[in-house]
Ligand binder design. Structure first.
Ligand SMILES: Cc1cc2nc3c(=O)[nH]c(=O)nc-3n(C[C@H](O)[C@H](O)[C@H](O)COP(=O)(O)OP(=O)(O)OC[C@H]3O[C@@H](n4cnc5c(N)ncnc54)[C@H](O)[C@@H]3O)c2cc1C
Length: 282
């Protein structure tokens, strides 16, 4: 293994619970013991082969069973292109319905992640096939101009919304706005969420946005949930949880770690953060 791939694996190992369901459950138990729930994601995206989709759906069904049998505090997080969106919308809707049906029977909440901009309409339509019966949430990205309209539309159905800045930008597509704009827009979108949405998840490591959400919590008498990615700000998440706030950590597992890890590497702003991250888990 070359030096660069050894570094990639070392970093990926910090963010990803491991290869199998047991690893995700073990990590969930560690976090639950610190007052933090998890959102477990089975890695995989952009599938065009039905075999990959079926393997993912079956893994989620087993995961739901384990979460329920072991009584751990965990939601699951699924991607639309992982459950068949590239094959057809109706195929994805059948996969989603299988997962959500099993999750509802076991009292497990299902988040739908948001991917590249070309999937936003289809992911929202997929979400709408299940929103009325509850137990499901959707991710919305503040780096897209369209998100304000999407949020206003979704909160009419009391959607549960996980707000993020967004991780699937490409410089070739004009829809993605730069980070400072996405940060300003995040504040604005939080305002709309606190006034109208069902379950609110403030998913960011940006401390100024978390502080702002805490102020909105007080102003609107809400109890937003604060969410971070595994291995990025675990100590801060613990501190937040110990102050009585609901905190959740997104825990990916599985063998397909490359796409996820590259997104995280791009977000590490400088070499100092990378080295510190490998050495002492901050
Ligand atoms: C629970 C959860 C679910 C998510 N789901 C989705 C999804 O479905 N779709 C999607 O597009 N995106 C998703 N994301 C990712 C999100 O869009 C951002 O890419 C990611 O959270 C980084 O943005 P930020 O809000 O932390 O702000 P940034 O401005 O990127 O970062 C703020 C600060 O956090 C720290 N930081 C951020 N990333 C790292 C890192 N990798 N290593 C070390 N420090 C770091 C740095 O100090 C940085 O200055 C999710 C994020 C979370 C927390």
């Amino acid at each position: 293994m070359g030096v660069s791939s050894a570094i990639e694996r070392a970093i990926a190992g910090k963010w990803i619970a491991g290869a199998g369901i047991n690893d995700a459950i073990r990590r969930t138990k560690e976090l639950n013991a610190r007052g933090i729930r998890t959102q477990i994601n089975y890695l995989g995206e952009l599938f065009s082969d039905r075999k990959d989709v079926e393997e993912s759906v079956n893994t989620y069904l087993k995961l739901i069973e384990r979460i329920s049998n072991e009584g751990v505090k965990a939601d699951i997080a699924v991607k639309s292109t992982q459950i068949g969106m590239l094959i057809s919308a109706s195929y994805a809707a059948r996969s989603y319905s299988k997962i959500v049906g099993a999750a509802r029977r076991r009292g497990v909440f299902v988040w739908l992640d948001m991917e590249e901009v070309e999937f936003v309409d289809r992911t929202i339509s997929l979400y709408k096939t299940q929103v009325k019966n509850g137990g499901v949430g959707i991710c919305i990205q503040s780096y897209l101009k369209r998100s304000e309209r999407d949020i206003r539309n979704l909160i009419r159905s009391k959607a549960a919304i996980r707000l993020v800045k967004g991780a699937h930008a490409s410089s070739k597509v004009k829809d993605y706005m730069p980070r400072p704009w996405a940060t300003r827009n995040y504040r604005k979108l939080m305002g709309a969420l606190f006034m109208g949405s069902g379950r609110i998840m403030v998913a960011t490591h940006d401390r100024s946005l978390i502080d702002y959400a805490i102020r909105l919590d007080k102003r609107y008498g809400r109890k937003a949930e604060y969410a971070m990615l595994n291995g990025i700000m675990d100590r801060y998440a613990e501190k937040l949880a110990s102050s009585g706030r609901p905190v959740s950590i997104y825990v990916p597992f599985g063998g397909r770690w490359v796409d996820y890890s590259y997104r995280r590497l791009k977000e590490m702003s400088n070499l100092k953060i990378i080295v510190r991250s490998i050495l002492n888990g901050e």
